[in-house]
Design a binder for this molecule. Structure first.
Ligand SMILES: Cc1cc2nc3c(=O)[nH]c(=O)nc-3n(C[C@H](O)[C@H](O)[C@H](O)COP(=O)(O)O)c2cc1C
Length: 212
């Protein structure tokens, strides 16, 4: 493999492109698309969103200290793109995109009902960087679409149709799962058991669908 050198830059790919809802006052309920996000701690779960100071959402999040991370699906990708190129200063993005505001449990700003996974977040601190302010926040509640749970209560997130963002493009993740956590070192016996479980699950689903 021969390589060329780029100047230092944000070449970390893929990243998420989440829809962050914020604001609880009339005219301030808004959605901003964010790629600069991630997890920084597991227990308690802590995340961050890095937001440029020029964004309408920046001051709203700073003032209210709360936001919701709504995961983006293939069906929501066009809306996510729109929320990333239009400002809440000039357009009511919920209304323009016919997205439904859903009441959150603990924060005052709305969640996006059409997103299958919503993470309610409370800001812990804001750290200023030259181009962005990073809002470090605790994830204080998680909501998941119940139709994504199997009969044993296990979350089948692979069915949510989530998307990733890589080098300026959105990609669907649904079609080609390549392996689950730890598959590179999994014992053949475990691999076989998991494959068997998966086959059984799909057979059951086919039988169920056939009956409809
Ligand atoms: C895929 C994508 C990812 C983005 N990621 C970020 C980000 O991480 N931080 C940021 O400040 N702006 C990001 N933006 C830009 C904002 O979403 C955009 O400026 C938006 O219009 C701001 O909305 P607001 O003014 O209503 O807050 C992103 C845009 C897109 C399309």
């Amino acid at each position: 493999m021969s390589k060329t050198t780029f100047k230092p830059g944000t070449m970390l790919n893929p990243v998420p492109a989440v829809m962050v809802s914020c604001g609880s006052k009339p005219g301030e309920e808004n959605i901003i698309t964010i790629a600069w996000t991630g997890i920084v701690n597991s227990e308690p779960p802590i995340t961050y969103v890095s937001v440029q100071r020029s964004r309408f959402s920046h001051d709203v999040i700073e003032r209210e200290g709360e936001f919701v991370i709504n995961l983006t699906t293939e069906a929501l990708t066009r809306a996510a793109d729109f929320c990333g190129v239009r400002s809440g200063r000039n357009v009511d993005k919920f209304a323009e995109l016919s997205l439904t505001k859903e009441k959150a449990d603990l924060v005052k700003c709305p969640m996006i009902a059409e997103s299958p996974v919503n993470l309610e977040c409370r800001v812990l601190e804001m750290k200023a960087f030259p181009t962005h302010d990073m809002f470090l926040a605790e994830i204080i509640s998680v909501h998941v679409d119940t139709s994504l749970m199997d009969e044993n209560g296990r979350l089948e997130l692979e069915r949510a149709g989530l998307v990733a963002y890589s080098h300026g493009e959105y990609f669907g993740l649904q079609k080609r799962p390549l392996g689950r956590f730890g598959y590179s070192v999994m014992k053949p016996k475990t691999k076989k058991r998991i494959a068997g479980e998966r086959r059984q699950k799909y057979r059951k689903k086919e039988q169920k669908d056939g009956r409809k």
